[in-house]
Design a binder for this molecule. Structure first.
Ligand code: PLP
Length: 623
């Protein structure tokens, strides 16, 4: 657009007056829309959306007014309003108006924030913003980072940096350790970076849902003895599931001993360090070699805005810097920062503008107050749940997250889950609010995440009132399809003598039997060993076995029992728990063995899956 008026035959330019009118019109539309009532979520089916929006682009111009009207009618209503005061599902997100305006500025000016040469102003703003973040988390001045599209990109960048810093190119001996509460973006990053299933150890958390430094040390020691190299640990500061922070000091000590990189994913919880109340939940971030923050979560920035920070900033630069001929003119001189050299993106906007503009305009104290209020509301919600006759608190509240369940009398776990799912669906249908669900060590939980600055105590109370009182339909258990089969009475399948398979029809039992192979073990023989990376799932046909955890005998297994289910389950991106116990044959042992593929097939039989999941729950809870 430059300093001159557009030339007459620029096909894409508008005159000043039109630009102003269009801008005012959009602002009016937004202010009205942002203040309008409506539910937190409006779903629609693909067919309906195609119906509304399908079609080729217009070759001729249409008035902006008409285009906006279509957006208003066919697009904007059909989505979640993550900034809605009663959007308490997943991780909500509410931006600020100054932040949105700054995004508009970055976009209208088409700011390129990749090199210092082209972007001294925006680059300095990004350095300032990163400087604030470094200060808040306790990082030293030599730390460096960049603003990314989100936490997923930040996690990926940090892990790439860790690998480059510690090992360079990918190697078979490198091992990554993640907690079973880690965010799925860690699994995705590991997969993209080329970590194979046996190179990622998913470590079970304790009952507090925190990673135990002792079990991390034990896993690392085992790997070192086997000639493998502990590369990095991904811990969490505010898990997405339940908001808890790992014992970072203990983990840092173990990482120090084994020279492993400590990455802390603080995408959800990191900005809680801004307040004293928040620091009760999140501390010791400065111990991390790298950190993920997500300003589009608890720093109230509009999507997209994530952040990666690396304590020794030079490592980030050496992991990503490249200088092709066509960019040599924008090479960074001493003291200059080229953000394109600190991550994946070359062309990149200035995400720092919105952070800077919103914080300068509204004042940091306002952000602090909003963070504190979310935490207070979560604590209030938890108090109410604890005092309630019909609700159970599943975990102490942490940051803005409260996990709970309605207690339905006289029904089993599966039915509890079904009724709670129905309750959450009824809440959505009512338009009163939106929540989501999760599993905590395998147990189903409804989950409230209170984060929006617009949420009030009345909003939280309205949702809890609903959850406390509403009666979801109690449907009788669906009848299972049975295929009565005369032959099964004459030849009872040996498979169905096993508890795990009693619900199978004869035909299904045959299918299952075809998936498995058989294996025998002699007395004293080790079938699986703690920490090894195998994935087979075993069902004992006859004989007995003993289960040990670090030389301690924990239980005995006999015919009909099964083991190996934790390692067989996919945690994400093909990664899974290592073996958490050693199983030794006590007598001659005959077993059915399901390999990884067969196990996945096996889970398609819902009764079998239900029994396996129930055992997973018991196993994880017992820890
Ligand atoms: C949200 C979240 C992520 C992913 O961040 P995006 O910004 O959605 O990419 C990663 N880790 C944790 C702990 C999160 O809560």
């Amino acid at each position: 657009m430059g300093g001159r008026p557009p030339h007459d035959d620029d096909p894409l330019a508008l005159d000043r007056e039109t630009m102003r009118q269009q801008g005012y019109r959009v602002v009016d539309l937004l202010v009205d829309r942002l203040m309008a009532d409506g539910p937190p979520l409006r779903r629609a089916a693909p067919a309906e959306m195609r119906e509304r929006l399908g079609g080729p682009p217009s070759a001729a111009p249409q008035p902006l007014e008409d285009v906006l009207a279509r957006l208003e009618r066919d697009v904007l209503p059909y989505r979640s309003r993550v900034d809605h005061p009663r959007f308490l599902a997943f991780i909500p997100g509410s931006g600020t108006w100054p932040g949105a305006l700054a995004d508009f500025i970055a976009s209208a000016c088409n700011v390129y924030a990749g090199s210092w040469m082209e972007s001294a102003g925006p680059s300095q703003v990004e350095l300032e913003v990163l400087g604030w973040f470094k200060d808040w988390v306790g990082y030293p001045p030599e730390a460096a980072g960049s603003l990314t599209s989100g936490g997923s990109a930040a996690n990926m960048t940090a892990l790439a940096c860790a690998r480059e810093a510690k090992a360079g190119a990918m190697r078979d001996d490198l091992v990554l350790y993640v907690s079973d509460q880690a965010h799925s973006s860690i699994a995705r990053a590991a997969r993209i970076l080329g970590f194979r299933p046996e190179q990622v150890r998913v470590l079970p958390t304790e009952s507090s849902l925190r990673l135990s430094p002792e079990s991390l040390a034990e896993a690392m020691e085992t790997d070192v003895r086997a000639g493998r190299t502990p590369l990095a640990v991904c811990a969490s500061a505010g898990t997405t599931n339940s908001g808890v922070t790992d014992l970072l000091a203990g983990l840092a000590e173990v990482c120090g001993k084994y020279e492993a990189w400590l990455h802390v994913d603080a995408a959800y919880g990191g900005f809680a360090v801004l307040t004293e109340r928040g620091r009760q939940y999140v501390r010791d971030l400065e111990l991390a070699d790298s950190l993920t923050l997500d300003p589009h979560k608890w720093l109230y920035q509009p999507f997209e805005c994530g952040c990666v920070l690396v304590r020794d900033g030079s490592l980030l630069r050496s992991a990503f810097e490249l200088l092709p001929d066509y960019l040599s003119d924008s090479r960074a001189a001493a003291g200059e920062t080229n953000f394109a050299d600190l991550g994946l993106q070359l062309s990149r906007t200035s995400r720092a503008l919105k952070v800077w503009v919103s914080i300068q305009t509204l004042g940091l104290d306002a952000f602090r107050a909003a963070i504190d209020r979310s935490i207070e509301l979560a604590e209030h919600a938890a108090d109410r749940v604890e005092a309630s006759e019909s609700l159970d608190l599943m975990r102490p509240p942490s940051l803005g997250i409260v996990c709970l369940r309605r207690r339905f009398a006289g029904v089993n776990e599966a039915e509890q889950e079904r009724l709670n799912v129905a309750l959450a669906a009824a809440l959505e249908d009512s338009g009163v609010g939106l929540i989501s669900s999760t599993r905590l060590h395998g147990r189903f939980a409804l989950r409230l995440c209170i984060l929006n600055h617009s949420t009030t105590r009345e909003d939280v109370d309205a949702v809890l009132d609903f959850l406390e009182r509403e009666e979801p339909a109690r449907r009788p258990e669906p009848m299972r399809e049975r295929h009565p089969d005369m032959s099964e009475m004459q030849f009872p399948s040996p498979l169905r003598a096993q508890q795990l398979f009693v619900d199978l029809t004869a035909a299904d039992a045959e299918e299952v039997a075809a998936l498995a192979s058989q294996r025998e073990a002699q007395p004293g023989e080790t079938v699986i060993e703690r920490w090894e990376g195998t994935r087979d799932f075993f069902v004992i046909l006859d004989g007995t076995a003993e289960v040990f955890v670090s030389d301690e005998h924990v239980r005995s297994l006999g015919p009909g029992d099964f083991f190996g289910e934790l390692a067989a389950l996919d945690w994400g991106a093909g990664y899974s728990y290592p073996r958490l116990a050693t199983v030794v044959a006590a007598s001659r042992l005959r077993m059915l063995v399901f390999d990884e593929e067969a196990f996945a097939e096996l889970l398609r039989f819902s009764d079998v899956e239900r029994r396996i999941r129930a055992e997973v729950r018991r196993r994880l809870e017992r820890r």
